[in-house]
Design a protein around this ligand. Structure first.
Ligand SMILES: Nc1nc2c(ncn2[C@@H]2O[C@H](COP(=O)(O)OP(=O)(O)OP(=O)(O)O)[C@@H](O)[C@H]2O)c(=O)[nH]1
Ligand SMILES: [Mg+2]
Length: 329
């Protein structure tokens, strides 16, 4: 009798050991995956900043422990940091500047850190994508949709750039490729109506994320401003509090000219955060310092290529370290 109990107990013990082993294995796999993701992310950032870092290396070919004041200033100019911001960085720095000293100054320019709490988002979470023509809005929508999908969230796209037929086609192609639904209309129709229909459909279907495209250029700035204001108003009518995020897409190759664009959009409808695209195609990566400092807006992501997977969360520490790794020991 006791033997049976002991046997049963043994069975239970060996079963629970097997479960524990399985759980350990899962935890290990999870950790390995997280490590792999981290490595991939680092690789992406290296690729994205290659041109900028090479540009800095042309000024400081051999890595150093200290770099003199004038050379640091030259590096910042070469990286396309705005003059006002260079003055802020150089203020009170010594004649010979260490990595730690420069790092601290550069990091402080990104003091508006993005809000990391994404666990309590409303459903649907509605994002309106704004920015000038060719900045990378539609491609970034595809990247965001892909990222949400990878996190097991449902997505609905709204083809709110009804200004050009090609814009609707381009987003439809991405939707098909990523296998996410899209709400669209004909060219020339009211983009606010598309926004309304997209949100209503997402509410009915309990979709997690709604991403709405917009046109970057209309005949005049007043037209654009009026249209965007109307879209925002209608989003709020369709779902109280929407859009939850107005994301400004800035072309990283534009350097400091992107700042003026962003200011104009911020005045039109208010911007909650920025995504910088095409960092892979520019040696002007230093413009991010000016963008952050001048606009006082958080940079959420950076675009590092044309594929749906070419989007990484922006991390100021990693960004600054990658730049300094090129010139400091
Ligand atoms: N290298 C690179 N190219 C990008 C990136 N993001 C977008 N592009 C390219 O930039 C071009 C314009 O991108 P779109 O997404 O069409 O830009 P848009 O803002 O929607 O443009 P409009 O609809 O014309 O206003 C395309 O050829 C994209 O493939 C990026 O991060 N890196
Ligand atoms: Mg577009």
């Amino acid at each position: 009798m006791f033997g049976i109990f002991r046997k049963k107990k043994k069975n239970v013990e060996s079963q629970s050991t097997a479960i524990e082993q399985e759980q350990n294995q899962e935890t290990k796999e999870h950790e390995n995956n997280a490590e792999k993701q981290q490595e991939i992310k680092k690789g992406f950032l290296t690729k994205a900043l290659e041109k900028t870092v090479n540009n800095l290396k042309s000024i400081v070919p051999k890595k150093q422990e200290k770099i003199d004041f004038d050379t640091v200033e030259e590096i910042l100019i070469e990286a396309d940091v705005e003059y006002d911001v260079i003055e802020i960085i150089m203020d009170k720095l010594p004649k010979q500047i260490t990595r730690v000293q420069l790092r601290e100054k550069l990091i402080s320019l990104f003091e508006i850190a993005p809000d990391a709490n994404s666990s309590n988002l409303p459903t649907p979470f509605i994002e309106l994508i704004i920015g000038v023509n060719g900045a990378g809005k539609t491609t970034t929508i595809a990247k965001l949709a892909n990222m949400y999908k990878e996190n097991d969230k449902t997505v609905l796209l709204g083809a709110g750039d009804t200004f050009r037929a090609a814009a609707i086609e381009q987003l439809t192609k991405w939707a098909n490729k990523l296998d996410v639904p899209i709400i669209k209309t004909k060219q020339g129709h009211d983009p606010s109506a598309v926004a309304y229909d997209t949100i209503s459909s997402a509410v009915a279907k309990k979709i997690n994320h709604v991403i709405i495209d917009t046109a970057g250029r209309l005949q005049t700035q007043t037209n654009l401003a009026n249209e965007l204001k109307k879209i925002v108003k209608v989003c709020n009518k369709a779902y109280d509090g929407a859009p939850h995020q107005k994301l400004m897409i800035l072309d990283g190759t534009q350097g400091n000219t992107a700042i003026a664009q962003a200011k104009a959009f911020d005045e039109m409808v208010g911007v909650d955060g920025i995504i910088i695209t095409k960092l892979d195609g520019t040696a002007k990566g230093g413009a991010l310092f000016s963008i952050s400092n001048q606009l006082k807006l958080p940079i959420f992501y950076i675009g590092v290529g044309e594929k749906a997977t070419d989007l990484i969360p922006f991390d100021p520490d990693e960004f600054v370290d990658k730049l300094l790794d090129g010139i400091y020991l």
